[in-house]
Ligand binder design. Structure first.
Ligand code: ADP
Length: 417
């Protein structure tokens, strides 16, 4: 009796031990999977996915791994290899290809190609095949038991889903970007068509009244009509030039034709060009005589000043004041264009430099919303900075700083009194 009871108790105890062991293994497996899933959920790029999944692989299986993703041209690309170049060498691209197409696990400890150096697991997401996970363990370590293999397969599933999610996220980002581009393009078209239609209508009307002969025009009127045609043509030319400049600046890295210029010369030339637009506004220039020469692309830099001064005239009432002030501040030249008009609407200090941004009340003023975007692109190409702030007493201050280039130091010596 005692023997039978002993046997029953010992078999029950060993069963319980086995159950406890299985439960511990299951718990460890769940904890490992949970830890990896939590990290993968916050991974924001493929590199992050590779880093966290391979580090979990190393921790749980004491193995190095490599994620191979299928490219659109059919070849495989590796996504971060924790296990160095040696692993890259040992990963057989033939086996990886086979595993990818057959969607079957292969390699050490499996029924397929057990002589291979690593274990190859298919990465299969919810939408389809993604790639292959290669896991390489030290040869002296015992092969994985079936429980471990199941855990490895669960790891591969998590990785595949994370990779797939990242690809979907990128696809969504690209389509959002394309939609944004499309919106920009249509806003450019509507802006161009609206802004060009007005001067075209004026030019067309004026030209046809000239064509109809002087009988309908009072004395001196033909000259005024020609003047209108001239003014409107100039306005249209400016707009078209702005659009062309922006297109050119966006086409690729800007090639600067840097030469040395005196700032007062550039400002003088710009003021001369814009004198008709200033009307009765008083313009004050304050440029120190010993200011170093600017080493800039003259044509582009002139465009910046033209846009800033033109805006100062466009967006301020007549009889206001415009100032151009320059100073040298610890190896940087700072130039400010100020006015005492209404200033920039609060909170739009960054937006005004965006493409096609126009203030809400600007329907009556012609423009494309590209002027300040062009200024910002040109100043950035010169490795400078441009920003705007409002004066406490009213009006806008557009400030730009340019780093002093080495080439203009010698000129400084020559020019300085
Ligand atoms: P545009 O003049 O063609 O509208 P800009 O890029 O030059 O385009 O200017 C963008 C917007 O910034 C303008 O529509 C206007 O609302 C605002 N802005 C620019 N300069 C001034 C200024 N000196 N004073 C007030 N608002 C300005």
């Amino acid at each position: 009796m005692l023997l039978i009871v002993g046997l029953v108790i010992s078999s029950l105890a060993s069963g319980l031990r086995l159950q406890a062991h299985t439960a511990t293994l299951r718990e460890r497996r769940t904890a490992a999977l949970y830890a990896m899933a939590r990290e993968l959920a916050t991974a924001s790029s493929l590199d992050d996915i590779a880093k966290s999944s391979l580090s979990h692989l190393a921790k749980v299986f004491d193995a190095s791994g490599m994620i191979l993703l299928k490219r659109t041209d059919g070849t495989m690309r590796s996504l971060g290899a924790a296990g160095t170049a040696a692993l890259l060498e040992c990963a057989d691209s033939g086996i990886a290809d086979w595993v990818f197409t057959q969607q079957t696990i292969a390699g050490v400890g499996t029924d397929t190609l057990p002589a291979a150096n690593a274990i190859y697991l298919p990465l299969n997401g919810t939408l389809g095949k993604v790639g292959v996970l290669v896991v390489h363990r030290n040869n002296r370590r015992p092969p994985l038991v079936s429980e471990q293999q199941r855990l490895l397969e669960a790891f591969a599933n998590q990785i595949a889903v994370a990779v797939e999610r990242d690809e979907l996220r990128r696809a969504a980002h690209i389509s959002a970007y394309a939609a944004h581009e499309e919106r920009l393009r249509s806003s450019l078209l509507s802006s161009i068509s609206h802004d060009l239609r007005t001067p075209l209508a004026v030019i067309g009307g004026s030209a046809s009244s000239l064509l109809q002969g002087n009988s309908q025009l009072s004395e001196g009127a033909p000259r005024q009509v020609v003047q209108t045609i001239h003014d409107e043509t100039q306005r249209m030319t400016r707009m078209v030039n702005n659009i062309l400049d922006m297109t050119r600046l966006e086409a690729g890295p800007v090639q600067l034709d840097r030469q040395s210029y005196h700032l007062e010369e550039i400002v003088g030339a710009v003021l001369e060009r814009l004198k008709d637009q200033f009307g009765q506004r008083a313009v004050r220039i304050a440029i120190p005589r010993d200011l170093p020469m600017l080493h800039v692309d003259g044509v582009l830099f002139e465009k910046v000043l033209i846009n800033l001064l033109e805006n100062a005239a466009k967006y301020t009432p007549p009889h206001t004041h415009i100032e151009v002030v320059a100073s040298l501040q610890d190896r940087r030249i700072e130039i400010q264009v100020m006015d005492d008009g209404p200033g920039i609407p609060k909170g739009s200090e960054q937006q005004v430099f965006a493409k096609f941004y126009r203030g809400h009340a600007e329907e009556s003023v012609t423009g494309t919303g590209l002027g300040l975007a062009i200024c910002s692109a040109i100043i950035e190409a010169h490795r400078g900075r441009i920003w705007v702030e409002n004066r406490p007493e009213g009006g806008a201050i557009f400030s730009l700083v340019l780093p002093l280039e080495a080439a203009c130091k010698e000129h400084t010596k020559r020019v300085a009194p």
